[in-house]
Design a protein around this ligand. Structure first.
Ligand SMILES: [Zn+2]
Length: 107
């Protein structure tokens, strides 16, 4: 569940008018990647869920990957955490923490 401040930040990052915060989630927004659409874009193709997440769902498939990356970015900016565990356990970053923990384990 997002608080008012987090919802506000979501809207700012996505450049959605803040007055639309008063509408209830989800709201219809213009798809941020509608130039990627291979079929005609209609007014109600894209929805923003901001009572949780935040998440963006678009009817089109051609923008899905770009939207997922945008959602990850917005979610990270807004909540300060990324639930995508692949992002956290990136390979090649274990050396530092290993040497640090072995130093601490020494008596
Ligand atoms: Zn789209």
């Amino acid at each position: 569940m997002l608080n008012d401040r987090q919802v506000r930040k979501t809207f700012e990052l996505l450049e959605i008018p803040l007055k639309r915060m008063n509408e209830s989630s989800p709201i219809y927004i213009p798809c941020p990647y509608q130039e990627k659409h291979t079929k005609p874009t209609r007014a109600r193709d894209c929805q923003l869920y901001f009572n949780d997440g935040p998440n963006i769902f678009c009817f089109h498939e051609s923008c899905r990957e770009a939207l997922r990356e945008l959602c990850d970015f917005v979610r990270f900016e807004v909540t300060g955490s990324n639930t995508n565990s692949a992002f956290i356990s990136a390979p090649g970053q274990t050396t530092n923490s290993q040497s640090r923990s072995s130093k601490r384990a020494k008596r």
